[in-house]
Design a protein around this ligand. Structure first.
Ligand code: ADP
Ligand code: MG
Length: 238
């Protein structure tokens, strides 16, 4: 289970309204990509879904339950950031297991889940290493693994490939697509890269200045853009 409903979500920082009434439905197992130019509110929307930021008004509903007042750790969500956000002093294994340990998960269960995730992400050889001893691509796989072991209802990715070079970007993108097929989990993925959006998404949400310009499948947006903004964004290479 991992359906999501966003109902008229608005978010202001002081006088500046960054999200201007977002409405969106995501069905269980869907891969949804948020695209839009820098500063349009993509990260803010993800953070509101995750509960890292309170919305000014509106509701976030996960599996039919209003989670607007639910703390982030209780929403069944795991988030992967552009900057990996790993603990430098912990091994790969302990980075992946820390959240579960803090939640009181039994050690044997933590080990079992780390075993599965590290196999899926080809991380077995690196479990005893620290982040400084890994490449950027490996670090991002650890961050993804840390999300996987939590068995979330909803994965949120915020530009996870932005810090990787071109070859690793393709590789890691394919791994994320494979993960989605294997886990059948709901994934929401933020990018400003049209190629990532077109190749990964079941459904693309085009954001511009805090509003949704259009929602649709990749080919639908490509063939029938609702306006010039969408046409320019999806149609032209970066
Ligand atoms: P995106 O991820 O699409 O690049 P963001 O959601 O990060 O955009 O930011 C949208 C707008 O909100 C930007 O103008 C940004 O400067 C502003 N913003 C984001 N976070 C904060 C904050 N904590 N305080 C004030 N302004 C913020
Ligand atoms: Mg952002």
């Amino acid at each position: 289970m991992g359906s999501l409903k966003i109902e008229n979500v608005k978010k202001a920082f002081g006088p500046v309204e960054v999200l201007k009434g977002i409405n969106l439905e995501v069905t269980d197992g869907e891969f949804v990509v948020f695209v839009g130019p820098s500063g349009c509110g993509k990260s803010t929307l993800l953070r509101v879904i995750a509960g890292l930021e309170d919305s000014t008004s509106g509701r976030v509903v996960i599996d039919g339950e209003d989670v607007s007042a639910t703390p982030p750790a209780k929403r069944g969500i795991a988030m992967v950031f552009q900057t990996y956000a790993l603990y430098p002093h912990l091994t790969v294994k302990n980075n992946m297991g820390l959240g579960l340990k803090q939640a009181g998960t039994p050690t044997a269960e933590i080990e079992r889940r780390i075993g599965i995730a590290s196999s899926m992400l080809s991380l077995e050889p690196y479990l005893e290493r620290r982040p400084a001893e890994l490449s950027g691509g490996q670090r991002q796989r650890v961050a993804i693994g840390r999300a996987v072991v939590r068995e979330p209802k909803l994965f949120l990715f915020d530009e996870p490939l932005s810090n990787l070079d071109a070859a690793l970007r393709v590789n890691t993108r394919l791994e994320i697509a494979q993960l989605h097929r294997r886990l059948k989990a709901t994934m929401i993925y933020v990018t400003h890269d049209q190629v990532e959006a077109m190749t990964l998404a079941d459904k693309i949400v085009v954001l511009n200045a805090g509003r949704i310009e259009q929602i649709g499948g990749p080919m639908e947006l490509y063939n029938s853009p609702a306006n010039e903004f969408v046409a320019g964004f999806i149609g032209s290479p970066k």
